[in-house]
Design a protein around this ligand. Structure first.
Ligand code: NDP
Length: 524
């Protein structure tokens, strides 16, 4: 049952035209440098790369591309700043105060930063503002966490007190993607600086400017120079130079699974720790007792928000066979109503995908799925909008009826494409959901509270939503299993990821002792 005869394959009609409510006021400078030691720098002879607007294909600005030597110098500088103790050994009350000031300044600058992100990524402005509006919470949360965090006193054998403190790691290398440039940078920066580390961060070459702006904002808010350095450049050169530098004590990457393997291998050679938040293929399990209308809304949100370019996007929808036809009708109708258009228009619901390359990759996967017999409920092709958006990389919201043997069931598309399969009972739903190389997230739609928890227990993923999707909070662990990566962002987990224990064992008995003169001495 790949398709439904009654639905046909007609594509969505009536794409949103360019709106009069376009809000863009953002102005990019001609060229941006790197941000090192509290200032923007343009190393002599450095190359630049272009950043473009994916909604129109227009050039936005140039950005300095750092080579291995400059990256190495910045890692040494970050190490020196760490060693100086100006931040790493500063009072936690001071660190928490700076974190709170960053949160205040960030809140005052959300609109500018959001518009910058819209121009770089093409994501609809209403979504970008909603997402960025929550960023200050990460600084507030980790500021509060470091201020209130307490060590432990394990029950050590004998006349000893053992106290255990968490201390920073040193210089941490952060590698971030283009899809949520600021959100993902902030998820990593906040715990890393709260705990006293120094940072070298390489943003995506596709969307580096807002991250550079954030670094300057942090300096103005009181973060000492050299604690947060932003090093734009190419992944295989600047990115690899960070991963293989021997001053780096931890690499924290959000990116694709192949990048995760490359980064892990380079960091492993220096015995540096690694956190990798990688790809996904999240299943949405729609049971027969779910509120189907709400599940349709939830699935559309899960799948098409950010043009499907999120790691936890609802990529596979599994629907109980008794509700499959009804659900697919409703989801298809909803997808066809999504308004594509100018990302700066407040009424636009979906923008383009990030680049020409990305769109061709998405189209290639969909074309191969069609050849393998996928049924196109809707979409399955590029979307064409009037000028100037005719040069943008728009792709239709796409729903395919597939079979789990197909390539598109397993591969991450990273675009607005969801594949659908019916299931006959709970056991089959669980088996299909776990039939993936990825294990980042899953959503369960049911009103049966016992089933909800029973099924959640069986999901081989790091995050499960029940009757919802995409929900995230600075306090809630975020990360996956299998090819979705190792380690966790957010919450106490992130505090632990960015610290290590220092265990101090104190002798409390004031008596002479000599190991070699004590025949019955206990060693441990
Ligand atoms: P990439 O893996 O291409 O890039 C991520 C970052 O790593 C970029 O800064 C990139 O630089 C850099 N990089 C690329 N190659 C190397 C290398 N060999 N060594 C060091 N650094 C390198 O991912 P995308 O930017 O395309 O982002 C999309 C991917 O991110 C998807 O797979 C998505 O699922 C995943 N993702 C995961 C999330 C999660 O929380 N689990 C959240 C969001 C996205 P450059 O851009 O210059 O190539």
């Amino acid at each position: 049952m790949l398709g439904l005869r009654s639905l046909g394959t007609q594509s969505r009609r009536g794409a949103q035209l360019v709106g009069a409510r376009s809000l863009s006021k953002v102005v990019f400078r001609d060229t941006y440098g790197a941000y090192i030691n509290g200032k923007e720098v343009f190393p002599t002879g450095a190359d630049t790369f272009d950043v473009e607007n994916p909604a129109t294909g227009e050039h936005l600005c140039k950005v300095t591309s750092l080579d291995k030597k400059t990256v190495g110098d910045a890692c040494e500088l970050a190490h020196d700043v760490y060693q100086s103790g100006i931040w790493s050994r500063s009072d936690v009350r001071h660190r928490a105060a700076v974190m709170n000031k960053i949160a205040i300044d960030l809140r005052a600058n959300i609109n500018n930063l959001a518009e910058m992100e819209v121009a770089q990524t093409g994501r609809a402005v209403r979504e970008m503002k909603a997402q960025l509006g929550r960023l200050p919470e990460w600084f507030e949360y980790f500021g509060a966490l470091i201020r209130t965090h307490e060590g432990t006193v394990p029950p050590f054998f004998g006349p000893y007190i053992n106290y255990v403190k968490r201390v920073p790691l040193g210089v941490c290398g952060l590698l971030t993607p283009w899809n949520h440039p600021l959100l993902i940078a902030v998820k990593k920066i906040a715990p890393a600086i709260a705990t006293g580390n120094s940072i070298v961060l390489k943003p995506s070459e596709l969307a580096p400017v807002s991250v550079l702006e954030l670094a300057a904002l942090c300096s103005r808010a009181g973060l000492p120079n050299g604690v947060l350095n932003v090093l734009p450049g190419m992944g295989p050169s600047a990115g690899q130079a960070i991963c293989s530098h021997d001053r780096i004590r931890k690499i924290d990457l959000t990116g694709g699974t192949p990048t995760g393997r490359a980064v892990g291998a380079a960091a492993g050679a220096n015995l540096a720790g690694v956190i990798t938040e990688l790809g996904g293929k999240a299943p949405m399990l729609i049971f027969e007792d779910a509120d189907i209308e709400q599940a349709v809304n939830g699935a559309a949100f899960a799948t098409f928000v950010a043009s499907g370019q999120t790691c936890i996007m609802g990529a596979r929808v599994l629907v109980h066979e008794s509700k499959y036809e009804f659900f697919m009708h409703a989801l298809t109708a909803k997808a066809r109503r999504i308004r594509l258009g100018d990302p700066f228009d407040v009424t636009t619901q979906m923008g383009p995908v990030i680049s020409a390359n990305s769109r061709s990759r998405i189209a290639g996967l969909v074309e191969r799925a069609k050849k393998e017999g996928a049924h196109v409920f809707t979409g399955g092709c590029n979307a064409y909008l009037p000028a100037p958006f005719d040069k943008g990389y728009y792709y239709e919201p796409t729903i395919l009826g597939v079979h789990p043997a197909m390539e598109i069931w397993r591969e991450e598309v990273f675009g607005p494409v969801v594949v659908a399969v019916p299931f006959k009972d709970e056991a089959e739903a669980v088996r299909l959901a776990n039939d993936s190389p990825f294990g980042l997230a899953a959503a369960i739609w049911t009103k049966d509270v016992m089933r909800a928890h029973r099924v959640a227990e069986q999901m081989d993923v790091g995050i499960v939503w029940i009757n919802d999707h995409h929900r995230n909070d600075p306090s809630s662990p975020w990360g996956g299993t299998k090819d979705s990566g190792v380690g966790r962002e957010n919450g106490l987990n992130a505090l632990h990821e960015y610290t290590q224990t220092r265990s101090v064992v104190v002798r409390t008995e004031d008596s002479k002792w000599d190991w070699f003169e004590q025949p019955n001495a206990r060693y441990s």
